[in-house]
Ligand binder design. Sequence first.
Ligand SMILES: *Cc1c(COP(=O)(O)O)cnc(C)c1O
Length: 388
Amino acid sequence: MIDHNIPYGHQYITDEDVKVVIEALKSDYMTQGPLIGQFERNFAEYIGSKYACMVSNGTAALHLCAMALDIKSGDKVITTPITFVASANGFRYLGAEIVFCDIDPKNYCLDLDKLEALLKASPKGTYKAVVPVDFAGYPIDEERLRKLADEYGFAIVVDACHAPGGSFIDSKGEKQMVGNCKYADLTCFSFHPVKHIATGEGGAVTTNNKSLYDKVALYRTHGITKDPALLEKNDGGWYYEMQGLGYNYRITEMQAALGISQLKRLDWSIERRNAIARKYDEAFAGTIVKTPFRAENITHAFHLYVIQVPAEQRKGLYDFLRANKIFSQVLYIPAHTMPYYRQFGWKEGDMPVAEAYYKHCLALPMFPSLTDEEQEWVIAKVKEYFNL
Ligand SMILES: *Cc1c(COP(=O)(O)O)cnc(C)c1O
């Protein structure tokens, strides 16, 4: 019997994490110091991208990608309805028209067959960007997306907020880390406490494209640069130029210190999350509780462990678990049914697979510090509810 709350996700902070944050606090810099650059180098090295730009949160990362791509009012951008609304909002900030495309019933990510059909139905160049989401930590097929991008002329911005540490094997048999941008133009990450790396608030953009990176870095800090290579003229050591209208989307040194420390445990976290997933898989195999699919060629990052249960019992299960202090979660309410997005003409019925997914889904507790005892309690309560 467990008598404390079990959330669906939770940060894991060690004594070492606390120590490095205190050291950062006692250093000369609270922001714009050396730890941010260190975190960027370490993250880029781990992910395998040329550049990483640390920012204040994942939403800022998405907004900066849209700015770097010069998205303008009325530009069409495709994304999935099964995501946190920020995936679409980052592009809406610049006035983009969001076009939702339904999900794959197997992996719950953007359905690339449906995407291809959508692309085929309009002249090439109609869509400026496609923003797939590695939903729950499932790495999307970036290689196929690259072929479509080359054919139809759009930029790929992967929202990988769920998937740092995830990877896939491409058709050449090579392992590609999510975010290495072998096939994508830009990739976004979040360091919100429920995500793999938790810095309170925080995010990152990765890319291999110098010009996109320069723009992301520029707009992160007001559109201001001091880089001699980018200045129009140079009056002296104090001189800087504001070359565009940017934001203050910086991360702090304390957060960077925390991120550097947690990045060291990311591989362990992915392994632990996969072990938890396998235990859930085994517990529910052959029952009406449908467990998540994995293709052979992917390493799932398991930000979420989402089961599908009969629609008429989903609310009952959610309430029953809650009564037992287990805080499962429904993720996500389809974005196209949000009042804000309905004003553009989207409505229930437009995305049948996403809407069916929403009626059946429930995310069970999934975080690396979930104990065996806690997980067994969750499993026992789900089984009890269904009389398994
Ligand atoms: C968390 C998340 C974001 C936004 O990240 P924040 O750091 O909270 O701004 C964007 N997209 C997805 C899919 C997310 O899960």
